[in-house]
Every structure is written in structure tokens, then in C-alpha cells.
Design a protein around this ligand. Structure first.
Ligand code: SF4
Ligand code: SF4
Length: 424
């Protein structure tokens, strides 16, 4: 695609890759059929091709974007399905990340929206504050269930969450340690589902992997990054990098695929930074996802359940670990039940379920319809955002893949499965 970026813009370490993505786009439109918002809305401006034009115009001109540009770029999920489908290898991620940061720096949103985005960036990245929020949501449950729009979407996260036990700080030590991996606590997951990291610790210990809590780290920075709040996002990234540099580890793990994808992208986030780029690259190279560390283990589960596996977009399109979850489940004796459109985003997409509740709900209903047709006993995924989002409105139990594998390998029965068995 033709553009009029200056030599200075093209040489910029952050903007440069975005200009390259624009130039690579040949406008063929192959990506449109894979874009969830285009599938729902049928509007070219809500397709990857249409958004590339909007982002080009916005970034080329610089300064304040138009309302129309912000409206359609905001409706992008950053699911990166388009990137996977594109025959010209357009790196849509570089472009949309740059566009979000540009909007954050040059556009004044209405006051209510600014407060909401600030709250997400400051509260949801801190487990202690998330726990207070959960408590308030439960106390105010009768009101929370009827709250409309974005406020309701945020409050209902607190109602579907069932935290089980405290956040683990110590993990089982294998008899023979093959790898020593630092584990980051993350943000919302620690407050909403602390049982996930406990199960991950047991599963990996059976494979000779010792987990060590990475003191001093917290959120990976993905939540503020999704809103273009690069300063907040980089502050979290620096904390994680500094914490990792204090010890000697064979890798660093965070147990949500969306967060793993963020860790692996730190090198780009700090591109051109004389102090942080190299350190970020070293950290990113050490980042591991659970699906990369967990090897298949043949076993016989207490019940050979039919399992629907929801591969998060971050797993499919960023980490490129397609098929790994299904292989782990099959080795553990479960029957994997396929369902239609498993490649399409469920609508969770980081902060999307809060910021775009209507589109997000439509995508969830579509996904749940396909999952229902698979007649599975249980739904599993590897990303807390998807788990939380899909739990609302699901008739089966929903678990992190590590919880189910742990049970199959002799660990405790997941509470969600226990509750379901009692009610059926
Ligand atoms: S498939 Fe690639 S080249 Fe074609 S319109 Fe989409 S982004 Fe552009
Ligand atoms: S990232 Fe997802 S929602 Fe955004 S344009 Fe690409 S396919 Fe569509």
C-alpha cells in the first residue's frame, strides 16, 4: 500500500515496524473472513483491511485522530487472526499496538471512559485491589447483576469468580530437578483463580520442573498495553525484568497464554531503548508458556470425560502452539470434542470484554453455541481471560488445562468439577 511517511517516521524504532506493515498490505482482503468483528458487523471499517487504512491515515498525519478512526480501532480485539491469514505477512500487531499508543497520547476520551480505563490499569493489575473489588461486587451482587454496559461487565467478573485457596508462594520440589523456572504471579488470575498456579506447580513437578516464585514481579503489563498505556505497561515489564535478573533460572513462566505472549514481546516493546532493549530481549527469550513446558504424560483419568478445548487467540496466533493442548489432554486419557469456529476469538481479548461489552457478549454467545453442540462434559482453556469470560452462561464446568491434567495425574479433583458432579 502506498504511504507518505517521512524518513524519520520510517526510522523510528516503534513507528517504523508499523509503517512496514502498512507497506506490505496489498489490500487483497483475504484477512476479512477471519476477522471476528467483520464476521459480526460486515463493515469494511471493522475489518483488518479497513482498519489498516484508518491507522495509516491516522499515523501518517499524526496529531489527534478522528472519532471515526478511534471508534473502529477500539473495536479491534487484537486477536491477530488476520495476521495468521495474511499471505503478505503483514505484521498487524506492530500496527495496532502503535495505533493504540497513538490514540492514548493524542485523543481525549470522554471523562467516564478515562476513569474506567484508569481503573482497569491501576486496579486490575494489582491482586490485592482486585480482591477488594471482588468482595464489593459480591456484597453488591443484587445491583451488580442488573448494572448495564461497561460497569456491569466489570462488576460481573466478581460474581462469576470462585477463588479456591490462597495464592501459592511455594511449589513442590521434584526428586530430580531438571529445570528451575521462575513463576510470575500475574495480576487478576492470582485473585480470581489461585488454584491454577497450584495445579501448574504439581503438574510441572511431575516432569522434573521446580517452580520458584519470582519475588518483586507482578502484572506482565498486558492489560495497560491493550489500552495503549505504554508507560504503565513498560513499568510492569521493567519490574519483571529486574526481578528475573536477581536470580539464576532456566526460564520464566506465567500461567495465562495472553500474558505469555506479552512477555515474549518485551523485546519489541523496548526497541530502540539503549538501557532496556537488550535486557528485555534476554527476558523474552527466557519466557515460557505452560504448554511449552508441559510434556504429554500417558495416564488414565478417574473419568474419561469429553473435553472441549478452547485455544485462546494468544496461544494460536502469538505463541503458535496450535494442537499442543489437545495432545496433552489426549495423552491424559480425555476425549477431545472438536467444535466449529474454534479459531475465532471468544470476545474476552484482554480488556475488550469490559470496554466493548456488546460485541464481546455476541462473540461469547456464538462461541458457547458451538461449544454446546460439541456435547462436552467440561470446557478447558489456558487463559484466565477466556475462562472468566466464558464461565458466564456456560452450563458445564470450566477449568484451566493444568487443573484437569493435575486431576488425571493423581492431584485433587478440581472444585468446579466437584460442584458440577454434585448438581448432576
Ligand atoms: S490479507 Fe494481508 S495483504 Fe491482504 S488485505 Fe489483509 S492484511 Fe492486507
Ligand atoms: S486483530 Fe482480530 S479483530 Fe482486529 S482486525 Fe485482526 S482479526 Fe480483526
Amino acid at each position: 500500500m502506498k504511504y507518505a511517511f517521512s524518513a524519520e517516521q520510517i526510522a523510528d524504532p516503534q513507528l517504523g515496524p508499523a509503517t512496514k506493515a502498512i507497506r506490505s498490505c496489498v489490500h487483497c482482503g483475504i484477512c476479512t473472513a477471519t476477522c471476528p468483528t467483520y464476521v459480526l458487523l460486515g463493515d469494511e471499517r471493522d475489518s483488518p483491511r479497513g482498519r489498516i487504512v484508518l491507522m495509516k491515515d491516522m499515523l501518517e498525519k499524526g496529531g489527534a485522530p478522528t472519532k471515526e478512526q478511534v471508534y473502529h480501532i477500539d473495536r479491534c480485539l487484537s486477536c491477530l487472526n488476520c495476521k495468521t491469514a495474511c499471505p503478505s505477512s503483514v505484521n498487524y500487531q506492530r500496527l495496532v499496538d502503535q495505533a493504540r499508543a497513538h490514540i492514548q497520547d493524542h485523543y481525549t476520551r470522554p471523562l467516564g471512559e478515562r476513569i474506567l480505563r484508569w481503573t482497569i490499569a491501576k486496579v486490575m493489575t494489582r491482586p490485592k485491589l482486585v480482591r477488594i473489588g471482588l468482595l464489593l461486587a459480591r456484597i453488591g451482587a443484587p445491583i451488580a447483576v442488573i448494572l448495564p454496559g461497561r460497569l456491569g461487565a466489570m462488576a460481573r467478573i466478581g460474581l462469576t469468580a470462585r477463588p479456591q485457596g490462597p495464592e501459592p508462594t511455594q511449589f513442590p520440589k521434584p526428586a530430580q530437578v531438571k529445570q528451575r523456572i521462575a513463576i510470575m504471579p500475574g495480576c487478576v488470575q492470582g485473585a480470581l483463580s489461585p488454584q491454577i498456579d497450584a495445579a501448574v506447580g504439581r503438574v510441572l513437578a511431575r516432569r522434573g520442573i521446580e517452580l520458584v516464585a519470582l519475588e518483586g514481579s507482578g502484572c506482565c503489563g498486558a492489560l495497560p498495553h491493550h489500552m495503549g498505556r505504554e508507560h504503565d505497561s513498560k513499568t510492569w515489564a521493567k519490574k519483571a525484568i529486574m526481578a528475573f535478573e536477581q536470580g539464576h533460572y532456566d526460564g520464566v513462566l506465567i500461567t495465562a497464554t495472553g500474558c505469555s505472549a506479552q512477555l515474549k514481546d518485551y523485546a519489541h516493546q523496548f526497541a530502540g531503548d539503549p538501557v532496556w532493549e537488550k535486557r528485555a530481549s534476554t527476558f523474552a527469550a527466557a519466557a515460557r508458556d505452560f504448554a511449552e513446558l508441559c510434556t504429554p504424560l500417558t495416564t488414565t483419568p478417574p473419568r474419561a470425560l469429553r473435553v472441549a478445548y478452547h485455544p485462546a487467540c494468544s496461544l494460536q496466533n502469538s505463541l503458535k502452539l496450535n494442537g499442543v493442548g489437545e495432545a496433552l489432554l489426549e495423552a491424559a486419557g480425555f476425549i477431545v470434542a472438536p467444535f466449529a469456529e474454534s479459531h475465532l476469538c471468544c470476545g474476552s481479548a484482554g480488556t475488550y470484554s469490559i470496554l466493548q461489552p456488546e460485541l464481546s457478549s455476541q462473540l461469547r454467545e456464538r462461541k458457547l453455541g458451538h461449544i454446546a453442540a460439541a456435547r462436552a462434559d467440561v470446557l478447558v482453556s489456558g487463559n484466565i481471560g477466556c475462562l472468566q469470560h466464558l464461565a458466564a452462561g456456560l452450563s458445564q464446568p470450566i477449568l484451566h488445562i493444568a487443573e484437569l491434567l493435575d486431576w488425571a495425574e493423581g492431584g485433587p479433583k478440581p472444585v468446579n468439577l466437584e460442584l458440577f458432579s454434585k448438581s448432576h
